[in-house]
Design a protein around this ligand. Structure first.
Ligand code: FAD
Ligand code: SF4
Ligand code: SF4
Length: 479
């Protein structure tokens, strides 16, 4: 092993080539190139094959990272793909959009100064290669079980559960109110982070494996959860969280003060070739405008970088804490800065100015006080420090809450948490309704694709156990 691995002392960390910022802001294509085989092998060889791999511990899917790095270093890519895909339904997607600096790579133990192994880029390389070479196969069960599962929500949680359950032999029906499969991977996350054909080929793979999608079906309106319970042997709710948090300041109702997801969805739809009247009328188009984005999370980063690509005159990001205390990935902030975004740290809006449409944002400076119960330092206003930023488009990216789940579930007795998310029994992943399970953001609150995949896989396992227990109670108890 020593020959091929442990090269972090002699081989420097390299990410795949990143397009120059002046070039990449001209389009919505992904910003990183793919590794060459030599580069992937070389970068994988930097891994020191830890006995207790902290990278794996901190990956929500507990991917067997050291093994697939070793196989990649040895040029055994098909085996690397087998191992990588055994724990992850979308490794090439996670390789692109996981905040690796907070997960696997952030916990790589290679000594300080040598920089972590570029795990995400190798993961993406392995599975993109697998797609090119035809190794990625649709789910194909050994036998049909004659039972069906209804899944509400075709985001990563619903897709991962669909694939896992189909592999076991269930008939799968996925219902979604959107017209495309992928959830936030298709309409939330911009193309420059995750190209849409990468998501679409995953959707096609599920179709090829026999999964049926019922699109443009709004559960809670067009079809009730009770009808789904009657149709299927079990139901999984994976509807995500979509209610935008708002800011309560004067002028919030002015024209051109918009929600982040409306803005990003319009941009993604445009890229997919749809007619988008709200974009064509200019309301959701940043071209030529002074844009102010409010928020410091990954959604805010996606908005500022989209605005730059649309040809905004200026793009500013207003965030009430400082750089160190922002929730967004530092890697994304760096990309945004390279692309010309200006960050206004420690500032919060006091009012949106204008007659009918916004013309400016009045803001106030903040400082960070003592840590609160959560350990985060609470931002406090600095009296008399008001200032005004010009703005023709203001985008609110303040996070998401669940929609009214009593309405979606069509039952007032559905158990919810204090945050309005679905309450589940964490051992069974079942809600308080028999045979109705839940997974992804609608359980966790706004989270990450990799956690949605993990939850979807776990829910599939629990659903299988539940159905087995119903069919053969004694057998299930013994297993
Ligand atoms: P979703 O992806 O939200 O899918 C839920 C699906 O349910 C949707 O298709 C929706 O149409 C459908 N649905 C909802 N209600 C109904 C109903 N009543 N009837 C029928 N269908 C319904 N995560 C990362 O890991 N990396 C990133 O870089 C990243 N960037 C992000 C950028 C943005 C702008 C946003 C908003 C999120 C980002 N995330 C990112 C978070 C990530 O997208 C989510 O955590 C993940 O998609 C959650 O998966 P899910 O399957 O639970 O829900
Ligand atoms: Fe890292 Fe995400 Fe891949 Fe896990 S799934 S190894 S956290 S990039
Ligand atoms: Fe390799 Fe880093 Fe993981 Fe250790 S923590 S196994 S060095 S990738």
């Amino acid at each position: 092993m020593a020959e091929k691995m442990l090269k972090f002392v002699s081989v420097e960390q390299h990410m795949p080539d990143k397009r120059a910022s002046q070039e990449r802001v001209q389009d919505f294509d992904e910003i990183y190139a793919r590794f060459s085989q030599e580069k992937a092998a070389e970068q994988s060889s930097r891994c020191s094959q830890c006995g207790i791999p902290f990278c794996q511990v901190h990956c929500p899917l507990h991917n067997n990272i050291p093994d697939w790095l070793k196989l990649t270093a040895e040029g055994r890519l098909e085996e690397a793909y087998e191992i990588s895909s055994a724990t992850n339904n979308m490794p090439e997607i996670c390789g692109r959009i996981c905040p690796q600096d907070r997960l696997c790579e952030g916990n790589c133990v290679i000594e300080k100064g040598f920089e972590s192994v570029t795990i995400g880029s190798v993961e993406k390389y392995i599975t993109d290669t697998a797609w090119d070479r035809g190794w990625v196969k649709p789910p194909s069960p050994r036998r049909e079980l004659g039972k069906s599962i209804g899944i509400v929500g075709a985001g990563p949680a619903g897709m991962a559960a669909a694939e896992q359950l189909r592999r076991k032999g269930y008939e799968i029906h996925v219902y979604d109110r959107y017209d495309r499969v992928g959830g936030l991977m298709i309409y939330g996350i911009p193309n420059f982070k995750l190209e849409k054909d990468v998501v679409e080929r995953r959707a096609q793979l599920l179709r090829d494996g026999g999964v049926t999608f019922h699109l443009n079906v709004n559960v809670g309106k067009d079809l009730s959860v009770e009808e789904l319970r009657a149709r299927h042997d079990a139901v999984l709710i994976a509807t995500g969280v979509y209610k935008a948090r708002d800011v309560q300041v004067p002028g919030v109702g002015l024209g051109n003060v918009v929600d982040a997801l409306d803005y990003l969805t319009a941009s993604n739809r445009k890229g997919l070739g749809d007619d988008v009247p709200a974009f064509d009328s200019g309301a959701l188009d940043a071209t030529g405008k002074n844009v102010v984005v409010i928020g410091g999370g990954d959604t805010a980063m996606d908005c500022v970088r989209t605005a730059v690509r649309q040809g905004a005159k200026s793009v500013k990001c207003l965030y009430r804490r400082d750089r160190v205390n922002m929730p967004g990935s530092q890697r994304e902030v760096k990309h945004a800065e390279e692309e010309g975004v200006e960050f206004v740290w420690l500032a919060t809006p006091r009012a949106f100015l204008g007659d009918r449409e916004v013309s400016g944002v009045r803001a106030i400076r903040m400082h960070l006080g003592v840590a609160d119960a959560t350990g985060r330092r609470a931002p406090q206003e600095l009296e008399g420090s008001d200032f005004t930023l010009p703005a023709d488009l203001t985008i609110k990216a303040l996070g998401f809450d669940p929609e009214d789940m009593v309405q979606v579930m069509g039952r007032s007795d559905v158990a919810l948490t204090n945050w309005g998310t679905l309450k589940i029994d964490f051992r069974t992943m079942m809600t308080n309704l028999d045979g109705v399970f839940a997974a992804g953001d609608i359980v966790r609150g706004a989270s990450l694709v990799v956690w949605a995949i993990r939850d979807g896989r776990d829910a599939a396992e629990r659903i299988h156990r539940h159905i087995q227990a119903k069919a053969q109670p004694a057998l299930a108890k013994a297993s």
